[in-house]
Design a protein around this ligand. Structure first.
Ligand code: F6P
Length: 494
């Protein structure tokens, strides 16, 4: 956190994201605060505390409006207020058009190569534009009066247009953007009717980051074909409207040490003992696990089809291999997500009817909220981690699973279409999520690996997830930003 704050060089740091790091609710009359549960928000929180900056986000908690000071901001964390959380309040039309509409029914499917699900309605685009303008206003208000030019770090696909508005008002601000989902090839991206405006917004940044080299290449191709920018592939940069944007890959990581501690915690032991008992999983059973939001990109129906094929072709594994699927409800009310929830529930029921017995349930399905230690226990106990999205920017579950293998090491079965494959592919059993027969064979192959082989693969995987964890990600992003700034300063002074 200190390093990052230093790299900002005492300039005002503003982070802008759709989701907020702290949200408020009222329970039985009491005001409660939901804290960052893990991942990126938890990693950024200490950085913001050290930098004493501002975090701009959609105020979405039921009671958020009760907790506002001047400028719609509240100082967080509550017990040691050190930075401002400034909320952007959205109308119902904005939530519908900007979040549920343009972000999740246009950009999400396009970037995940599913253009058939794209719903480019005019009102979605209008609300997306307006909301990005509201975010830009909140950012500019937060930096008003600050010494020097601010550093603004935009997160994700919800905020593609805001950088242009901020750039116009603060030409010398340093603007960086991290895109947390895949960036598709030009052929796919051009299906989105607003491609030029989106590129125009993103190219107002000084630095645009993606998880993988492949997404960087795709972005450069899109900038080349979709605008009149000059693209320099050798330096990974784009010159457009008198400004140069650097495009770099920063593969997001996890807090691997924390994940390993969670897996070894008493809470994990207790949770697993209770869960196993409640769900009738015998200690002798082999366990496979899948943990995700119920999103069509995660490949859950495709995975269930492969498991069904496996049990069909390998009757000796019936009664032995149990699959635990944790599915978190997500984006309900959007037709594609509602349909997916039904599809998963139906497939689980069908498979359990087909193969289940009085003593054995093939698929143990839960949509309950699970504590972090419970999820870590699931990973730790699993013999197979099935991380098989049909498309995914990175996929941090693959990394969490690897970090949590603190006992008898399990095998990571990974989709070749996940961003994580660029880093973890070699030590995993790779599958193509749509190749049901090949996927079923791969499950058999993973189950047949010797203990020595599993140990070796796990050691390599763990080395990779510890070596490039979320703190390295933060540091390398800010170091790159500082290097770009140094380069500019030296050009100005020569
Ligand atoms: O992967 C992109 C992402 O925005 C993640 O950062 C986040 O965990 C996930 O999608 C959740 O989506 P939402 O904010 O729509 O619930």
């Amino acid at each position: 956190a200190e390093t990052v704050a230093r790299l900002c060089d005492d300039r005002e740091l503003v982070v802008a994201s759709n989701r907020e790091p702290y949200s408020h609710a009222r329970e039985d009359g009491e005001l409660t605060v939901d804290r960052p549960a893990g991942g990126l928000t938890a990693a950024l929180d200490p950085v913001m505390q050290a930098a004493e900056g501002t975090w701009v986000a959609w105020g979405d908690g039921d009671a958020d409006r009760e907790v506002v000071g001047p400028d719609d901001a509240v100082a967080v964390p509550p017990e040691d207020p050190s930075y401002d959380l400034r909320r952007v309040w959205l109308t119902d039309e904005q939530v519908e058009g900007y979040y549920r509409g343009y972000s999740n029914r246009v950009l999400w499917p396009v970037c995940h190569l599913d253009i058939a699900k794209m719903t480019p309605r005019e009102e979605f685009w209008r609300e997306y534009r307006e909301t990005n303008a509201d975010f830009a206003d909140a950012i500019l208000d937060s930096t008003d009066g600050a010494d020097g030019d601010p550093v603004v770090w935009f997160q994700d696909y919800h905020l593609s247009l805001a950088p242009r508005t901020v750039r116009e008002a603060r030409p010398d601000a340093f603007l960086a953007h991290f895109w947390h989902i895949p960036w598709p090839s030009w052929d796919v991206f051009r299906a989105c009717p607003q491609y030029e405006a989106l590129l125009d917004g993103l190219l107002a940044n000084d630095l645009v980051g993606f998880h993988t080299e492949e997404y960087c290449r795709n972005f450069l191709d899109c900038a080349d074909a979709g605008t009149d920018a000059r693209v320099d592939r050798s330096s990974g940069s784009v010159s457009y409207r008198g400004h140069r944007t650097f495009v770099r890959s920063f593969p997001l990581g996890i807090d691997a040490a924390r994940q390993a501690d969670l897996a070894e915690s008493d809470a994990a032991d207790e949770w697993w003992a209770q869960f196993r008992e409640a769900r009738g999983i015998d200690p002798s059973e082999t366990v496979a696990v899948g943990v995700e939001r119920l999103d069509y990109t995660k490949g859950i129906p495709e995975r269930l089809a492969a498991l069904e094929r496996f049990w069909e072709e390998n009757p000796e594994w019936r009664g032995d291999l149990t699959y635990v699927q944790k599915g978190t409800e997500s984006r309900s009310g959007i037709a594609a997500y509602d349909a997916l929830q039904d599809r998963v529930a139906d497939a689980v029921e069908r498979i359990n009817d087909r193969f289940g017995t009085d003593e054995w349930t093939p698929v143990v399905y839960t949509t309950d909220h699970l504590p972090e230690a419970g999820i870590a226990a699931l990973y730790r106990e699993a013999d197979l981690g099935l991380v098989t999205p049909v498309r995914d920017g990175m996929n941090l579950v693959a990394k969490e699973f690897a970090a949590a293998q603190t006992r008898d090491p399990g095998v990571l079965v990974l989709s070749e279409l996940a961003g994580a494959t660029e880093q973890l592919g070699e030590e995993s059993v790779l599958v193509h999520p749509y190749d049901t027969a090949g996927f079923a064979d791969a499950i058999g192959e993973a189950l047949s690996l010797s203990r020595a082989e599993r140990r070796q693969r796990t050691a390599d995987l763990q080395r990779a997830v510890h070596a490039e964890d979320v703190y390295d990600w933060l540091e390398s992003t800010f170091e790159t930003a500082a290097a770009i700034e140094r380069g500019r300063r030296s050009v100005r002074t020569t």
